[in-house]
Each structure stands twice: as structure tokens, then as C-alpha cells.
Design a binder for this molecule. Structure first.
Ligand code: SF4
Length: 375
């Protein structure tokens, strides 16, 4: 598979002929290449290059999943400046924590749908005991034993281990025994000491995120990985972040998908900032597809990127849209605006309208028809 003469000419005009040659040859890109891809004005040439890689790996397939998101608590003592989701422990009006039975009820509420993946994350609620986490995992698996349970960011794992006075390895082992199947990729934010100091000082830094992810991967628990962009980060910091993830993946092979997360400033400590544009969202998808040569899947999460940008992103490097969701609270007010859902038929139609072939997957990207027949 090669580039068309039109795209080749555009890349030459953008001064990216050498980068394009490396991509066509399947060679690894450098930090300097990443900086150039982030800063060239010709986003569409970068997108076409990323699309080459995307189509080499996945052809015209676009994955989606029947999934359910659960946010078991929004109580959190970390006060991240970019977060609109959390309620401080003393904020009784905004804060909520589901009981074990309420978490199970959330799962029961959608038992009529063939959901294959449950994605569960929450705030860092200092009042919750170790056993609570084991119990909510076990309760979900008791209601839906055939579902893959993807739960707890590396930040939550650090807290759960701390409250249980066990090592993170023991914590992950216990959660796995209770029914945890894999981990989501949130909580990484930006791997930058400067941003950690200014925006999320109370929780673990990049080193901690990578250490906990590596521990999970060594135990056989796979995870996703993310970057929160579009606030105060600098281009060099994003490139460093992506290369740190690439290095982790070289070591462990445990990252299933990378998800660039578009910052939503509303109701955060950074509400004065303009949100990222659609062009910025597409660039994150494209550059990550090109730099993360050892990560199989790049997701355009339609909740964060919007449906419109996600449709375009399927031609800029993304091969996945996430899924049906049902409810999502991380960027919405849970009191008023919890329900966010796309029916399976809607999601498939949106992917087909974008010119891609929708393929329903499970959490590990096995096509559902094949997974159903797997031994
Ligand atoms: S991003 Fe996570 S850890 Fe930070 S305040 Fe929000 S819920 Fe808490």
C-alpha cells in the first residue's frame, strides 16, 4: 500500500517527504518527526499519512462495542483543575457513591441488551474500604458473568492499594480474582512534571502511572492508554507522552488501544479556555496513529470528540469509535444530564455513512461473531 501522487505532493510541499518515506517503509518515527507532524499547517497531509497506516492495519474496518459505562462515585479528594466530574468529600449536595447493590442494579438495568463490555471508573473517594472495590467487581460479574469488566484507572488502583495496605500488585491480583478483566486508560493526563504540579498535583505523576500500568500488564491485565489534550500542554509534552507510552508498550505489549481525550473546559478550573477545535482533535488522532507504531488500535471516543469529528477521524487514523455507552457522567452533570447513548443501529449507520465497514467487537477487539465461536 502506498500514497497517491496527490498526497505525496502535499507531503513534499509540507516538508514531510522524509517522514512520509519512513512511514511507507514501516520505520519508527522520532520525537522530532512527532513535533513536525504536530506543527505542520497541512493537517490533511498528516491525516492521509495516518490513514495509510490505519488501512494497512485494519483496512476499511471500524470497530464499535455494545458497552455500558458506570461511574460508581464522583466523590474525590484529588481536586484536579481540569475536572468537572468530582465532588469534594465535604460537598454533600453534589457527591454520590453507589452502594454495591446500586452498582449491580445499574448492570441489571440493561440486561435486555447484549452488552459485552462494562467500563467502570470513579473518583478517589477516601471513605471507601478495600472490600467495597472487590464487592462491586464481584457484583457486576455475578449479574453479567459473560461481560468483560474494564475498571479502575491507575490512579484508582493506587488509592485502592493504599486503603487496603497492600502492594499494587496484590491489589490487582485481588481485583482480578474478584472478576476484573482489564483496565481503562484514564488518569494519565499529560506526562509532564510541569502540568502535574500545576493541574493535578494530588495524584500520582507520570512515573507512577507507567509503573502501575506495567505491573498490571506483567500480571496479564491489559489496559488502554490516554492523553488529555487541549488545555495548557505544549507540543513537546504531548510528543514525550506518546513516546513514553510507546516505550511502555515495547516493554509490556499490554496496551490495547490509545484514546486521545479532548479537553472539555465547561465547569472546570480552566473554563476560561476555548475547547479544542475539530482540527485539533483530528490532529491528535493522526499523530498518535503515526507515532504509536506498536499500539494496534486508535480510538476516537465519540463522547469526547463528538460524533461529527469521529466520523472524519475514521479517515485520519482512528479505527474505533467506542460504543453504545448508555450513561456517561465524567463530562456531564450527573444530576441533570446523565444519559448519553447511541443505539447499535445508529452507531453502525454513522460508521457506514463515513465510508467505513462497521464491525462489532468485544473488549479485546475480537469481532463478535468470531469471539462467540472462540474456544
Ligand atoms: S480527574 Fe479523577 S482524580 Fe482528578 S478530580 Fe476528577 S475524578 Fe478526581
Amino acid at each position: 500500500m502506498s500514497l497517491s501522487p496527490v498526497i505525496t505532493a502535499a507531503l513534499e510541499r509540507a516538508g514531510l517527504a522524509d517522514v512520509a518515506a519512513r512511514v511507507v517503509a514501516g520505520e519508527r518515527l522520532s520525537a522530532d518527526d512527532g513535533l513536525r507532524l504536530y506543527t505542520t499547517p497541512d493537517l490533511h497531509a498528516v491525516g492521509a499519512l495516518a490513514n495509510l497506516v490505519r488501512e494497512r492495519r485494519h483496512g476499511d474496518t471500524c470497530y464499535w462495542v455494545r458497552n455500558q459505562h458506570i461511574n460508581y462515585t464522583n466523590v474525590c479528594n484529588k481536586s484536579c483543575v481540569f475536572c468537572s466530574f468530582y465532588a469534594a468529600p465535604r460537598d454533600k449536595d453534589k457527591g454520590y457513591t453507589m452502594s454495591v447493590e446500586q452498582v449491580a442494579d445499574k448492570v441489571r438495568a440493561y440486561l435486555d441488551l447484549p452488552i459485552r463490555e462494562i467500563h467502570m471508573v470513579g473518583g478517589v473517594n477516601p471513605k471507601l474500604p478495600y472490600q467495597y472495590y472487590l464487592d462491586i467487581v464481584a457484583a457486576i460479574k455475578a449479574v453479567r458473568p459473560d461481560c468483560t469488566l474494564k475498571a479502575f484507572t491507575m490512579v484508582e488502583i493506587e488509592q485502592i492499594a493504599r486503603v487496603g495496605r497492600v502492594s499494587e500488585e496484590q491489589c490487582l491480583t485481588d481485583l482480578r480474582a474478584a472478576g476484573l478483566d482489564m483496565l481503562p486508560g484514564g488518569g494519565a493526563e499529560v506526562f509532564s512534571d510541569r502540568i502535574h504540579r500545576d493541574l493535578f498535583w494530588a495524584k500520582g505523576d507520570s512515573q507512577r502511572w507507567v509503573e502501575i500500568a506495567a505491573t498490571a500488564h506483567r500480571l496479564g491485565l491489559r489496559s488502554n492508554a490516554t492523553l488529555l489534550y487541549g488545555h495548557v500542554e505544549q507540543t513537546e509534552e504531548k510528543v514525550r507522552h506518546l513516546l513514553m507510552l510507546r516505550e511502555l508498550q515495547d516493554e509490556t505489549g499490554g496496551i490495547v488501544a490509545y484514546i486521545p481525550l479532548s479537553f472539555h473546559p465547561e465547569n472546570t478550573g480552566l473554563a476560561h479556555l476555548a475547547p479544542p477545535t475539530g482540527m485539533a482533535d483530528l490532529r491528535e488522532v493522526a499523530v498518535s496513529r503515526l507515532l504509536l507504531d506498536n499500539v494496534e488500535h486508535i480510538k476516537s471516543f465519540w463522547i469526547m470528540n463528538t460524533i461529527a469529528v469521529t466520523q472524519a477521524a475514521l479517515w485520519y487514523g482512528a479505527d474505533d469509535t467506542d460504543g453504545t455507552i448508555q450513561e456517561y457522567e465524567v463530562t456531564r452533570d450527573p444530576q441533570t444530564d446523565r444519559r448519553q447513548v447511541l443505539a447499535a443501529e445508529q452507531l453502525e449507520a454513522l460508521i457506514a455513512e463515513a465510508g467505513r465497514r462497521p464491525v462489532e467487537r468485544d473488549a479485546l477487539y475480537r469481532p463478535v461473531a468470531e469471539a462467540a465461536h472462540a474456544v
